[in-house]
Design a protein around this ligand. Sequence first.
Ligand SMILES: [Cu+2]
Length: 396
Amino acid sequence: MSTLVNGGESFLYTVNFPFSEPPGLYWYHPHVYGVSEAVAQGGASGAILVEGIENLQPAVAGLPQRVMIMRDQITAPGVVNTGVPANLDVSLNYVPVSYPALTPGVIETPAGQRQFWRFVNASADTIADVQLNYDGVAQPLQIVALDSVATGSQDGTRRGKLVPVDHLLVPPAGRVEFIMTAPSPFVKTAIFQTLALDKGIGVTALPTRTLAVLKSDRLNPLPVSVAAAPGVAMPTVSGTPGPQLFEGLHAAAVTTKRSLYFSSSFAPGSPAGFFITVAGATPTLFNPNNPPAITTHVGAVEEWTIENHTQELHAFHIHQIHFELLEINGKPVPPDQRQYLDTVQVPYWNGTGPYPSVKVKMDFRGNVAGDLVYHCHILGHEDLGMITIIRILPQP
Ligand SMILES: [Cu+2]
């Protein structure tokens, strides 16, 4: 948590992927408190593929795959982008969709082909709501995995279930893997886009933006950048999956319940910044020398209710472990949305009535011990204090 690798230095990490780690799309980025937003906007991030998802979701076996990384960046220096209701440009696989032209990249694709798309939102601050749209009609996305975990795969069957949607919200740090079908040659306009989003009261909304144009007409290839080269085809099914990390969490008995809340304060006389606080404690800006806000142990199963006391969106994220999403605003989520995530958006408070909330079931049964952090993954908020340490003690 305090390893700095400065310019010109090197550092050797040894990373162990346990056999029970769900196969899927992960990612990496630097996490230096105070500058993580700027570093992510500079492009320092990448995808990690843990192989084997075809054994949990055989529907992807043999499909051509494309890995897509969305990032955001400051609009070109000196440009005041008053013409566009967003202060950050986005890019897809480093092909920028820059203000003011907002010209997207082009994905050339065989017509009608089923493909496996693996999308990570590596933006610092930009929430994505992705959709494929052909001639004005939203196309089905067959969700294969969320946040690296094959959907529906953790119920003991070790067999994922595809979840059809026509768009999906992907907060910063979120990943979605899905099967899509490329447009037929008769489609005039095929786009992969992120939809407009209301981020809160007094906060600049996000506009609809085209991330890439799909071009399946080989008679008229466009001489412009290709936003995502076709990846290696997915392997065929090679075996039966072993035990999965989060298997059985849904039925596991809760050992502890906690309440946390997001808040922010810019009032004179109080510490200014963004906070994530355990209910009853005093909001405190992050300092790596702070004691942990929560101490638990390996084997615990905890129910956390996370409220949003602010009038803008936050994206709750925890390192190393996953949680099951149980409720949003006190309402149980439908079973096909009760997935195993590491990032979830918490709706904003409109100024009256109860605070919005999510309820999640935290899984500390894996072999993860030590100090780690949970935070808002809108990195501009995290860099200003919205991050806290949790200590996981060895199994008692
Ligand atoms: Cu936030």
